[in-house]
Design a protein around this ligand. Structure first.
Ligand SMILES: Nc1ncnc2c1ncn2[C@@H]1O[C@H](COP(=O)(O)OP(=O)(O)OP(=O)(O)O)[C@@H](O)[C@H]1O
Length: 225
């Protein structure tokens, strides 16, 4: 049986090396993301949120400490195995809808591509179920430019979360949306979390934090709550 933790960080440190100086971005971060939970990562600009998300997404590696995803310490994996972990077990979405979607693929084609990249076979049922979950069946055959910003981000959530991955990592996912559409994106995160995915979103938006099961506050590269 799977443990309740999708992600565990212990003593995670990461510094950026600029010329002769080190900029410490993470200074001993401990946290747990449980399966089926939605976590908001908050804190002032420069507190280390994006750096932490990049480690969770396996696009960067910690200098020290452990980052366990599905029980595997990804800091000890070779580059090739980290890439595999990223493809199979991690979903990632950016702030800007334009960075998450391909302009020539419909909503359904995005979900099918996501399923193929994850190595799913016979994914038709899964794609239909994801369209339903995200409230997008009527938009299935539309291209990104025919969608609202909220619909575009929900498509991005579907692309990142079909499979499903262990963790869905989102950096300021509502940063470019107007208030009216933020709610539909937050509802989509909640629905996905119910399917067992650990969702984590860095945010400056109080509306996002208010809908989260867990709020992790960062300051100066450390977790303060
Ligand atoms: N590529 C880089 N090279 C050097 N320093 C960096 C780099 N990326 C981030 N930093 C520094 O690391 C620290 C943490 O930055 P990070 O981007 O993780 O913060 P953040 O909380 O995500 O900020 P924001 O809310 O503005 O996105 C900051 O001091 C930042 O200046």
């Amino acid at each position: 049986m799977k443990s309740p933790e999708a992600v565990t960080c212990r003593g995670v440190e990461r510094a950026y090396h600029l010329d002769a100086t080190d900029v410490p971005a993470l200074r001993g971060v401990d946290l747990v993301l449980e399966r089926g939970s939605f976590t908001a990562l908050v804190g002032p600009s420069g507190s280390g949120k994006s750096t932490l998300l990049r480690l969770l997404a396996c696009v960067d590696r910690a200098d020290n400490g452990e980052v366990l995803i599905d029980g595997t310490d990804v800091t000890r994996l070779s580059r090739g195995r980290r890439v595999k972990m990223r493809r199979k077990r991690i979903g990632y979405m950016f702030q800007s809808p334009a960075d998450n979607l391909l302009e020539y693929l419909t909503v359904r084609q995005h979900l099918e591509l996501g399923a193929r990249l994850r190595g799913l076979r016979g994914y038709k049922g899964e794609v239909t179920a994801m369209l339903e979950r995200l409230g997008l069946p009527d938009r299935a055959d539309h291209l990104p430019h025919q969608l609202s910003g909220g619909e575009q981000q929900r498509t991005a959530i579907g692309f990142a979360a079909i499979g499903p991955p262990a963790v869905l990592v989102a950096d300021e996912p509502t940063g470019q949306l107007d208030h009216g559409t933020v709610d539909s994106v937050l509802a989509a995160f909640a629905v996905l979390a119910e399917t067992g995915v650990a969702v984590v979103a860095a945010t400056h938006d109080p509306a996002v934090a208010s809908r989260a099961d867990q709020v992790i506050q960062m300051r100066d590269g450390q977790v303060v709550t």
